[in-house]
Design a protein around this ligand. Sequence first.
Ligand code: SF4
Ligand code: SF4
Length: 143
Amino acid sequence: MPSFWKQKSLAEFSQEEWESLCDGCGRCCLIQLEDEDSGERHLTGVACRHLALNNCRCTVYADRAQQQPDCVPLTPQNLAGLDWMPESCAYRRIAEQRPLPDWHPLLRGDASAVPKVCNFAVSEAAIANTDELEVYIINDYES
Ligand code: SF4
Ligand code: SF4
């Protein structure tokens, strides 16, 4: 499937092509906090409890919408409305007609250069009081 992402729209991808576009960075699995007054979103360094930090993969992927109600499985149809998705996300890049980065597995052939959040994130499951996630805000992290 040579450069299929350049030749098709997201809606035309096969399921295999769609899944291969995810680079496994895990950025969309970091918890975001929303300011109730301003609506502003703040990214934290806390990963969803279902993200395995040893390989940065979702442990409940096939059943994620049921296991984690605030997890929104991406589709070609809902992507445009998900403005909280990281700007670096491969799906967002393609939807916005931006190129994939050099480190993307589809270009490089392996995932060894993907900047994974699991290199620094802590798991929600390891935090005693999830009402105090403000201390984990990392707004300066490049999205
Ligand atoms: S941010 Fe995009 S590319 Fe990264 S893990 Fe999430 S869906 Fe995949
Ligand atoms: S359920 Fe899985 S895909 Fe959804 S946010 Fe959690 S780790 Fe990420």
